[in-house]
Design a protein around this ligand. Structure first.
Ligand SMILES: [Zn+2]
Length: 246
């Protein structure tokens, strides 16, 4: 499939079949999330979150358990159980970590069902309530599937969710070394507080020498400190949704 065709399909997913929601939390809110899940997102980021008394959302692909992705070790089942027990949200990211652009709605539904069963079996029947699109790819036909199964879906397009938003394609900033230099985090956090919006951040690996898709421990620490200084609530995606969505 051509890159141009994929680009057109991403654009269709962004602009069509929008299911509007009003984002109006009592005060600005930040959600931290980690996709896939590289092991360091728990072993390195977990202690920082604990130190700040903050809960995040971990978007899991059952099929990546105990394996490697982007040449990094991924979570083990024990990591997932530990982070779940610590009160972090476990959300859904497809079973095989495939783009929704490569799946029919039926194929996507099957992948989600497989991930749901895999997670429920390992986390005491836990039902995932929120979704993140692998690679941020949202196929038009995927949105109705996500809408049926989850409170909301998160993409990777920059921006603060505020006022009218698409419940199946929320915006998010990347806690990614390739994207972080382009952000003014202080301004983003300030604007979120001012607009009473919802800023969602997502990352992958966490290390002093992260991949282009990961960040350093101090990046997470800094964002949390900025958010607290600006008076933002910090909640996992599902809990933020419950407070913010009208
Ligand atoms: Zn991913």
């Amino acid at each position: 499939m051509s890159a141009l065709f994929d680009k057109m399909r991403r654009r269709a997913g962004r602009y069509l079949d929008v299911r509007p929601v009003t984002i109006d939390p009592p005060r600005g809110v930040l959600s931290l999330s980690f996709d896939d899940i590289p092991r360091s997102a728990w072993t390195e980021a977990g202690p920082i979150l604990a130190e700040h008394g903050v809960k995040a959302t971990y978007y899991v692909c059952g099929g990546l358990s105990g394996g490697r992705n982007l040449d990094l070790p991924q979570f083990e089942v024990e990591d997932l159980q530990a982070l779940h027990a610590a009160g972090h949200e476990v959300g859904c990211h497809t079973y095989e970590h495939v783009s929704t652009l490569t799946l029919s709605p039926k194929g996507l539904d099957a992948s989600l069902a497989r991930n749901a069963a895999w997670v429920a079996e390992r986390l005491d029947g836990h039902q995932m309530r929120t979704f993140a699109y692998p690679f941020g790819d949202c196929a038009l036909g995927a949105k109705a599937v996500i809408d049926r199964r989850f409170l909301c879906g998160r993409g990777v397009r920059d921006g603060i969710n505020s006022g009218r938003a698409d419940r199946n394609l929320l915006q998010a900033i990347g806690l990614e070394s390739r994207r972080l230099p382009g952000y003014d985090l202080e301004k983003l956090v300030h604007d979120t507080a001012e607009a009473k919006g919802w800023l969602i951040a997502y990352g992958h690996d966490v290390s002093d020498s992260p991949t282009p898709y990961g960040c350093r421990p101090e990046d997470i620490d800094r964002l949390i400190r900025l958010a607290k200084t600006a008076g933002l609530d910090i909640r996992p995606v599902g809990a933020a949704w419950e407070q913010a969505a009208r």
